[in-house]
Design a protein around this ligand. Structure first.
Ligand code: FAD
Length: 474
């Protein structure tokens, strides 16, 4: 039987017994009260074990119970109830965090998979529930000839999950982060209060929620900016002999705005060395593709690979790698990733030094180092921290070990910590979806001048400090 929300009640368990005595908003807490969260909680071993894991497969923190709310009201009920019980709460979208960030040891994990309705699509915006995946959002909007301005490379991430951290993708060099393309958010604060926030309504909460690591509120619904969908994407993969020539051409095409999407990577070449790749796409409509000669004029690479795809095919390209990794078991191995941004002024030097010390085993045969430039003036989310320069480089060690060896994963987590300290002292900044422990002092340092924005919003909207303990921020 497909588990129904209302069949998740597990009789005789501690959680529900405690719950029966809880009073929500002054209402009766009778078992069939529509505002009571009681039937939403599951504390069977299977549900708890699933919520104690994430894509990282490094951290294991078992919650006391898991719930699957289907409305904002249910989210609010659970948050208020958990607060009254002194329990921590973590929202979970698709569980692709990699270091326990959506976990709550002995608390409540709120799985938002049932909160996934696409409510409305208008010419310039879509209104979606936060548990919807970007895949679902794209399918719905594409059907109307529209697309979000920024998509992540992998689409099976939830809207709430990426808005909690930022959300970067191929078009970020043009349009910033997904958090920059949000028009409005419906949220439930740590106090269990339902609020709508935007640049004009509760703007301080709006700024604290986007890329705010789920510290002040749980996102229930988001209104996201849309643009007309390009019909096709002409995609280029250019190869370079070394990092310096790759960097030079990446900078050139960024400055000249030659492409609609710009990324790049350093990948193991299978013989112990590296391949240096520029990855870019141009959107076009109609039958006439853009002039490849003009797009590639003056660039170093002469062995380009060109493909011509629909927008949907291009956006789903990561699915091929996912299929391979699921088939060979590496999707379920530990993933000790390190994601950072380097200042444009010294990115080449820092990246070269780090890569020189890496072996292909540190990444795994399907791993890669993401490396490309982007402008910062299009990134306006206050809590999304970047080096204070006009151009920065995402520099990500996407480690996909070939084995599930725990000791190796732990070694790489420690290595991430060392690298983080080194990159930070060279002006680098963390993308907080990385696998290594951070202290509250590290976080204060990370948020820098914006730390007070987050701390004050936390004091105001989650004074009990019970939301999202996994980052260990406060
Ligand atoms: C294969 C893979 C590819 C990726 N590619 C990209 C990429 O291209 N670009 C990019 O930016 N990132 C990428 N990421 C990182 C990813 O964006 C983050 O890890 C994201 O947080 C995961 O989303 P999720 O839905 O799985 O969230 P979860 O892992 O479920 O949660 C992550 C965090 O978000 C919080 N959260 C979840 N839902 C909500 C909500 N509704 N309200 C408030 N907080 C919430 C959780 O509490 C937790 O702290 C990738 C990760 C993986 C594993």
């Amino acid at each position: 039987m497909t588990p129904n929300r209302r069949t998740l009640l597990h009789a005789g368990v501690g959680v529900t017994a405690t719950l029966a005595s809880a009073t929500l908003s002054g209402q009766s807490s009778g078992a069939h009260d529509s505002r009571s969260p009681e039937p939403l909680l599951a504390n069977d071993a299977e549900s708890r074990a699933a919520a104690a894991q994430d894509f990282g497969h490094i951290v294991d923190r078992r919650p006391r119970a898991v719930c699957k709310p289907a409305t904002g009201g249910e989210v609010a009920d659970i948050v208020r109830w958990a607060k009254a019980q002194g329990l921590k709460v973590a929202a979970r979208g698709q569980g692709h965090a990699i270091y326990g960030r959506a976990m709550a040891e002995d608390g409540i994990v709120m799985d938002l998979g049932m909160l996934a309705t696409i409510h409305r699509i208008e010419p310039d915006r879509v209104v979606v529930d936060a548990g919807a995946t970007w895949h679902k959002v794209l399918d719905a909007t594409l059907a109307k000839g529209l697309v979000p301005l920024v998509l992540t490379n992998y689409l099976d991430l939830s809207v709430g999950g990426t808005l909690a951290v930022g959300g970067i993708g191929g078009s970020s060099s043009r349009h910033g982060f997904q958090t920059d393309q949000v028009l409005e958010l419906d949220v439930v604060t740590g106090e269990g209060v339902e609020l709508t926030c935007s640049p004009t309504s509760h703007p301080e909460l709006f700024d604290a929620v986007r890329a705010g690591l789920a510290q002040c509120a749980i996102i229930v619904r988001a209104t996201l900016r849309l643009m007309r969908a390009p019909e096709r994407v002409r995609r280029f993969q250019l190869s370079y002999p070394d990092l310096a020539s790759l960097t030079a051409d990446q900078r050139r095409v960024l400055e000249e705005a030659r492409f609609d999407q710009l990324q790049g990577a350093v990948v193991p070449d299978g013989t112990g060395g590296w391949r240096y790749q520029l990855e870019a796409g141009v959107f076009y409509d109609g039958k006439m593709p853009p002039d490849d000669g003009a797009l590639l004029a003056g660039l170093v690479d002469k062995r380009e690979t060109v493909s011509d795809l629909t927008f949907g095919e291009d956006a789903n390209a990561f699915a091929k790698l996912e299929k391979i990794l699921r088939a060979n078991g590496q999707w379920l191995n530990p993933h000790p990733w390190l994601l950072t941004y380097l200042p444009g002024s010294n990115a080449l030097k820092i990246a070269s030094d780090v890569i020189a010390e890496l072996s292909s085993d540190d990444l795994g045969p399907f791993g890669r180092i993401t490396y490309y430039p982007m402008f910062t003036d299009v990134c306006r989310t206050p809590l999304l921290r970047l080096p204070d320069e006009r151009v920065v480089f995402p520099f990500n060690l996407i480690r996909i070990p070939a084995s599930a060896d725990r000791a190796n994963a732990e070694r790489l987590v420690m290595r991430n910590r060392e690298l983080y300290e080194r990159l930070r002292s060279a002006g680098g900044v963390l993308y907080p979806v990385s696998a290594f422990p951070m202290s509250p002092n590290d976080w204060a340092d990370h948020f820098g001048v914006r730390w007070s924005l987050l701390r004050e919003a936390k004091e105001r909207h989650d004074p009990a400090g019970h939301l999202t303990p996994g980052y260990e921020l406060f």
